[in-house]
Design a protein around this ligand. Structure first.
Ligand code: SF4
Length: 209
């Protein structure tokens, strides 16, 4: 399985040499907030919102103390805006009061923040701190199951399976490559198997070639 995985990642790398996180950020704080805002929202929309948000409130201190109605107005274009506005202010406050204004670089500390789950924490660890982590978002989870890299029922268990079969030095890269595959080819409604670079490595019974 590990050999297949390496081959699969090499092929995806050829197809998606620029695979990366599509959320814009300049530091761990911006990535953490952008990721919280990105739940069930398009990355492009989140980037538009965060450009305005961080121009107005650039630090955890600024965002924690910001007038709630101003924050709510900026994040309004996103789903669940009211809830997200509340979360990002609470997260900012916790970063200031509990971590001296610096986003923690450990999974345990990150998931202790309000509204921060394991996926968000892994995104921050991998992309802001360069630490080995495999964030399993909806795209990564779907393609991992279709390809047959996991049969698990939860994102956490899928992550555990991927951690076993993907070499640790490729965890971050793998999350980007599988994410791009799911986003642009192995789409949720209908996988586009005819243009997929790994059909021979995929166990999905309904693949159409
Ligand atoms: S062959 Fe089809 S189902 Fe399998 S990964 Fe490619 S697009 Fe998805």
């Amino acid at each position: 399985m590990q050999e297949t995985c390496t081959l699969l990642l090499d092929r995806l790398k050829e197809r998606f040499p620029d695979a990366r996180l599509l959320l814009e950020f300049r530091n761990p704080f911006e990535l953490l907030i952008a990721t919280v805002l990105a739940a069930q929202a398009r990355d492009e929309k989140v980037n538009e919102v965060t450009r305005e948000l961080f121009a107005r409130f650039p630090t955890p201190e600024d965002l924690a103390k910001a007038p709630p109605q101003e924050v709510a107005a900026i994040v309004k274009p996103l789903n669940y805006a009211r809830k997200k506005a509340d979360f990002i202010q609470k997260v900012s406050e916790a970063i200031v009061t509990r971590f001296g204004g610096k986003v923690p670089a450990s999974l345990e500390d990150l998931v202790s923040l309000p509204g921060v789950g394991r996926k968000t924490a892994n995104i921050v660890l991998a992309n802001a701190y360069g630490l080995p982590a495999i964030p399993v978002d909806t795209h990564v989870g779907r393609v991992a199951l279709r390809i047959g890299l996991s049969r698990a029922k939860t994102p956490e268990a899928i992550e555990e399976d991927l951690r076993h079969i993907i070499p640790k030095d490729r965890w971050i890269e793998a999350s980007h490559l599988l994410g791009f595959l799911g986003r642009f080819i192995c789409e949720a409604k209908k996988p586009r198997c005819s243009i997929c670079p790994i059909p021979d490595l995929c166990a999905y019974p309904e693949k159409s070639l």
